[in-house]
Design a protein around this ligand. Structure first.
Ligand code: NAD
Length: 593
């Protein structure tokens, strides 16, 4: 089915700027030729010309690219005297795809990222090379197509298009984070001044990191670091490399880290960082130069007593080692505690690898005690068989649970008699998937979630349990290994159904707890055995579980609401204890936890 999509006025402005660029408007080209990549030049010029903040300009550009990339049919509305809708012929639509690609962060159709090749001819040649074999004529015809397209874009007043796939507007994660804060604040009857302060990060940095690429060109990458709240201690949170990363996303993740460290009772605040880049398309030496450049750019703002990064999506222990090394060079002596998640031979902690899953297991043990579920023989289904899913299955199996189903992105393996998690992992290492594990039956990822079982561990992606399938969940306990696997609308359905859901900020907090232990060991320069790490993890997360359960029972709310309430209250109390009447003129109402 075709979906009708409208190009917004802001997006149309962006498209016109692209067209202007190839129409050789001298004042524009002179201005944007000084930048190193087409993408960066476009967004910066757009931001300046229309007085729109750069962050918003990135978003406009991204949304436009997403729309045009899946356009099947496009119609432009011509101004008076024509005043009519004109469908864009197929070849002009293809040319538009080339134009959009040229201005993307990673152009694929041509090596057009450099301004050295900026000429209308270059675009026409790329089009000819890419689409020419489909009978769209020679290079000269291509130039004519480009000319027609540019003229149309420059004069059009609005654009409508149709796509085969619906374009789903991704919800702004920062707005979602604020909504969760609002709910907790309302239930806690939080002081409005403190609530207002907690809606914002205390600091957010944007850095631009120049990197010499392997082909000799220079690219400038945008990096972020957000320190959301440091009332409870130095901020802590991962570093994410992703081409679609935005400041809002980093801010939301930093807010979630604030609640995660607070609910676990760690003396830490929350932060997060990242770089807009596509690590899959970069060589290891480019990634090293980028990581070291980012470390130099934020060196002034991080440190063992201020803000401590860690690995996250597409960042590794090795990269943390580079950051530690670069920072130490600047400071003048080895500062192992500036990042966590490092390799063990340069200050990493034993037990970090399985920490998230081990912490999850301890929360499951507590939940089972609370509900009276016997863990020996309890049936378990695990969605996602990566770091978190595999170790969770292995550890729950070790304490006597029966793992009846596991899955990965290719599907799942089901055996009601029980799977051996270590052997499943060996099968996955050999074949690339858990699917077809000997003696198992195939099961889809959706079916894994709805299986008849005692414990369900979603450990893959966000948004897996939604309004549509929450009523079909049969597990007694859901332990959220992944971040955000349960949609907010599904929370109420699960709660009313009597499913005991251990929220992500509690269930998967074992990783940050052991990261904190790594920091402590670095500061002492004295290292614990794996057993000591495990014992300390068990004590910390078990206490966090019990505190959350008590809050949930006292206020008759589900565990997620209780975890947020506990976290927000701990942060608010610390703010008040530190800053007192300078941040609020109201009496802060006491809420016992
Ligand atoms: P990973 O990349 O090691 O594993 C992810 C697994 O999910 C892979 O097996 C992959 O095949 C599978 N997967 C991908 N798409 C899927 C789909 N549609 N259906 C089913 N499975 C699918 O990642 P990880 O480190 O195990 O992280 C998993 C989740 O846990 C993420 O949400 C992450 O943010 C969260 N988390 C991880 C840690 C940690 O310490 N690793 C800590 C806290 C939270």
């Amino acid at each position: 089915m075709l979906n009708l999509v409208e190009i917004s006025a802001k997006e149309l402005g962006m498209l016109k700027l692209m067209a202007d660029f190839f129409a050789e408007k001298p004042e524009l080209t002179a201005k944007i030729e000084s930048y190193t990549t087409a993408y960066y030049a476009l967004v910066t010029t757009y931001s300046e010309n229309f007085g729109i903040p750069t962050e918003e300009a990135w978003k406009v550009c991204e949304d436009l690219q997403k729309k045009i990339n899946c356009a099947e049919y496009l119609q432009v509305n011509a101004p008076a005297p024509l005043n009519k809708a004109l469908p864009l012929p197929r070849e002009e639509l293809c040319m538009l795809h080339v134009l959009i690609d040229y201005f993307s962060e990673n152009p694929k159709m041509s090596p057009a990222g450099s301004f050295l090749s900026r000429r209308p001819e270059n675009l026409a040649e790329t089009y000819h090379w890419f689409y020419g074999s489909n009978g769209n004529g020679n290079g000269e015809v291509s130039r004519e197509i480009l000319q027609n397209l540019i003229e149309k874009l420059q004069t059009t007043t609005s654009i409508k298009m149709e796509t085969l796939t619906p374009i789903i507007a991704t919800p702004n994660p920062y707005e979602a984070a604020l909504k969760q804060l609002d709910i907790a604040a309302e239930k806690l009857k939080l002081d409005p001044s403190i609530h207002e302060i907690l809606k914002h990060p205390v600091r957010a940095f944007i850095v631009y990191v120049p990197v010499i690429m392997d082909n000799g060109s220079t690219r400038v990458f945008t990096g972020y670091r957000v320190q959301y709240n440091d009332a409870l201690g130095p901020t802590k949170g991962g570093l994410r490399y992703h081409p679609d990363l935005t400041l809002d996303e980093v801010t939301a993740l930093a807010a979630w880290m604030t609640w995660k460290t607070a609910v676990t009772g760690l003396p830490l605040g929350g932060g997060k960082g990242g770089i807009r880049c596509n690590p899959k398309e970069m060589s290891k030496s480019e990634l090293e130069r980028l990581t070291r450049g980012y470390a130099r750019a934020i060196a002034k703002y991080i440190g063992p007593f201020t803000d401590v990064p860690a690995p996250d999506v597409y960042t590794t222990a090795e990269m943390m080692g580079w950051i530690m090394d670069e920072y130490s060079e600047i400071i003048g002596y080895p500062v192992f505690g500036v990042v966590t998640g490092k390799p063990v031979n340069v200050g990493g902690s034993l037990g970090r690898n399985e920490a998230t899953s081990r912490g999850l297991m301890y929360t499951v043990i507590e939940a089972a005690k609370h509900l009276g579920v016997k863990l020996k023989g309890a049936t378990v289904a695990v969605q996602g068989y990566g770091n978190v899913g595999y170790h969770a299955a292995r550890l729950l199996h070790e304490i006597g649970c029966k793992i009846i189903a596991v899955s990965d992105s290719k599907g799942g393996a089901y055996d009601p008699n029980g799977l051996d998690p270590i052997k499943v992992q060996e099968h996955k290492d050999r074949t690339g998937s858990v699917v077809d594990y000997p003696a198992s039956r195939f099961i889809s990822n959706e079916q894994v979630l709805e299986l008849e079982c005692d414990i369900l561990v979603p450990a893959a992606l966000e948004n897996q349990i939604t309004e549509a399938n929450a009523a079909n969940i049969k597990a007694k306990i859901v332990a959220e290994g992944a971040n955000g696997p349960v949609r907010p609308e599904a929370d109420t359905i699960l709660y009313e159904k009597g499913v005991f859901d251990i929220p992500d900020i509690l269930a998967n907090s074992g990783g940050v707890i052991v990261s904190y232990f790594e920091q402590v060991q670095n500061q002492m320069n004295f290292y614990w055995t794996e057993e000591e790490v495990r014992n300390k993890l068990e004590n910390t997360i078990t206490k966090a579980f019990k505190d959350t359960l008590a809050m949930s029972q006292q206020h008759s709310v589900d565990m997620r609401s209780a975890a947020y309430m506990l976290a927000v209250k701990r942060v608010a109390d610390a703010m008040l204890a530190r800053k007192g009447k300078t941040i609020t003129h109201l009496e802060y109402p006491a809420v016992s936890s």
